[in-house]
Design a protein around this ligand. Sequence first.
Ligand code: GDP
Ligand code: IMO
Ligand code: MG
Length: 425
Amino acid sequence: MTQVDVLLGLQWGDEGKGKIVDVLSPQYDLIARFQGGPNAGHTLEFDGKKFVLNTIPSGIFNEKTMNLIGNGVVIDPIILKRELDNLKKAGHDPVAKGKLVIARKAHLILPTHQLLDAANEQKMGKDKIGSTLKGIGPTYMDKTGRNGLRVGDTTLPDFKERYNKLVEKHKEILSHYEFEYDLTEKEAAFFEAVEFIKNIPHVDSEHFVNGYLKEGKTVLAEGAQGTLLDVDFGSYPFVTSSNTTTAGACTGLGIAPNKVGAVYGIFKAYCTRVGGGPFPTELDDEVGETLRQVGHEFGATTGRARRCGWIDLPALKYAIMLNGVTELIMMKADVLDGFDTIYACTHYEHNGETIDYMPYDIISVKPIPVLKAIEGWKTDVTKVSKIEEIPAKLSEYIAFLEKELEVPVKYLSVGPDRVQTLELI
Ligand code: GDP
Ligand code: IMO
Ligand code: MG
């Protein structure tokens, strides 16, 4: 029997998961998204084309790979339909090719979930989470509150009644906010999209994935967001509403912990965050602006400017521990090409102490990063395609990270395109 490999982000999301899942997909029979929803924006580039996927797993461009949207994902039928329509226009039709299935236990995002998200964020004002406003939090609330609607419910004769019952509840909650809304158009689009997603095969992800394993086939679980946005272990309440960690792959697909194989932890050579919340190494200056411009750090889903800063080793060590990372993947090394000196945060000064972990009171008391200066490589690495061509200073940076993090770096990414990827070990 085979095991499920897991690929997930070790920072605050947007590490480059989409690109690497696409690169690795020829090695796998099945790619399975296990949590999150269309708050995700996973970018892939190849043959001069660029795609951003929100709900669909990043294995769809590989001819032989099957793709599953797992039970832990929350699905907005309108967005899923739009994604598939756009792909079809670009000549890719995973549904027609039988390469996409969805879990019937995945929960549905209703138009009113989005309204609740927006009303809540508006009320929070300057303390808002900075949600992508896709209705993620309210949908997971209905899931754990045992009120939610699931993909499988769309085929039941009383789906409309169930929908109306939940929407009435949402309208009651919305009446307590000063929030104007008009549901008519969204509701029509929702029901049209619900009909559309009935054409995608519905499966029980737990049987589907375990069936693959039993047949000796290979499976890669694709994470969304990042470890530091995990609802339990992230910088709460500035987090998303799902478990973004390896444990989330078990509940989000229906696999036992002993079925987890390799865990690929992906991180940028620096660090970004979009939305509110603590970010100890944030650079609110020209250097941060340079990282943003050179790295094109603008959200794939919302277009918002991402906050930028130096790599944070205490945060990465925490993420590695939580996920049981077996191999690291370092992204966007090329963004640091022009720097004379780069920095890595090795510790924090916090409440008069030097610590190397993320403190509980990280929101009320900002930790001060202790930075180590590292000489830059000052070389364009975007065309580097062989290990021998990697500049010595970049190799030293990687070796330094491996020593600190105690996990080897297996892949190095030097540009957004599929081909700009090196296998180091
Ligand atoms: P994801 O959410 O983790 O899949 O990441 P996003 O797609 O939101 O953000 C990653 C961004 O970096 C995308 O625009 C990618 O095209 C781009 N990217 C990925 N790897 C590299 C790299 O090695 N170098 C550069 N310059 N860009 C990269
Ligand atoms: P990918 O998969 C980066 C952030 C939002 C906000 C917080 C909560 O592309 O890495 P939510 O919409 O979940 O209620 O927002 O989480 N966030 C992300 N940041 N990448 C993502 O996904 C994100 N998904 C959510 O900006 O701060
Ligand atoms: Mg993204």
